[in-house]
Design a protein around this ligand. Sequence first.
Ligand SMILES: *[C@@H]1O[C@H](CO)[C@@H](O)[C@H](O)[C@H]1NC(C)=O
Ligand SMILES: *[C@@H]1O[C@H](CO)[C@@H](O)[C@H](O)[C@H]1NC(C)=O
Ligand SMILES: *[C@@H]1O[C@H](CO)[C@@H](O)[C@H](O)[C@H]1NC(C)=O
Ligand SMILES: *[C@@H]1O[C@H](CO)[C@@H](O)[C@H](O)[C@H]1NC(C)=O
Ligand SMILES: *[C@@H]1O[C@H](CO)[C@@H](O)[C@H](O)[C@H]1NC(C)=O
Length: 189
Amino acid sequence: MGRTNNFSSIAFFLLLLILGCSAAPIPKLRARPQPCKRMVFYFHDIIYNGHNSKNATAAIVGSPAWGNRTILTGQNHFGNMVVFDDPITLDNNLHSTPVGRAQGFYLYDKKDIFTAWIGFSFVFNSTEHNGSINFAGADPLMNKTRDISVIGGTGDFFMARGIATLSTDAFEGEVYFRLRVDIKLYECW
Ligand SMILES: *[C@@H]1O[C@H](CO)[C@@H](O)[C@H](O)[C@H]1NC(C)=O
Ligand SMILES: *[C@@H]1O[C@H](CO)[C@@H](O)[C@H](O)[C@H]1NC(C)=O
Ligand SMILES: *[C@@H]1O[C@H](CO)[C@@H](O)[C@H](O)[C@H]1NC(C)=O
Ligand SMILES: *[C@@H]1O[C@H](CO)[C@@H](O)[C@H](O)[C@H]1NC(C)=O
Ligand SMILES: *[C@@H]1O[C@H](CO)[C@@H](O)[C@H](O)[C@H]1NC(C)=O
């Protein structure tokens, strides 16, 4: 009996210790830094629709068994994957001189909400910008703005890290959309 009591008091003491530790004050969150670089670009996605192979900059490469790769499927395009090579411009005009290419893919990943996951690079090769910026993240398309991660960069954007705020600047049927990309870098070299 005495042994059991000893054990249980030790166990109780240990429990108190553990509780004590987890109740230790949580360190205050650090204030968020200001971006060291900020840039705004637009890119233009023209999705192949069976008739626009000349102009299309994006192609459906994956479709669920109940769909096809010509037209985005129903149920919020769930299961479709699209690869793109889109022109980047400084303003919202598709016909402005491109300053680079946005290259990557997006896939629709929810049946009951229009939402996607997107991963792409901005590829620049000019005297103004030379290098790449890499982006990835969840893209809940119905939100006016969506934050995705800037996960890296090369060249002029060596080791870039930050946040890119996406907004859909234009949307025309299921053939054309234009994204505004507001890039805030918090690591610059
Ligand atoms: C290609 O794009 C141009 C400019 O937006 C448009 O005038 C033309 O009709 C398009 N052609 C096709 C085949 O979609
Ligand atoms: C693809 O699916 C759409 C919608 O179900 C249909 O209208 C179209 O005919 C299909 N196209 C091909 C090439 O199977
Ligand atoms: C980048 O631009 C240079 C100079 O215009 C050119 O020689 C080179 O081939 C280009 N590189 C790519 C990957 O397009
Ligand atoms: C961009 O950088 C690459 C690698 O440093 C170089 O080969 C290329 O010529 C540069 N392009 C331009 C347009 O300066
Ligand atoms: C999208 O909007 C919903 C509802 O307003 C919000 O709860 C969610 O955090 C937003 N997501 C992103 C990634 O901004």
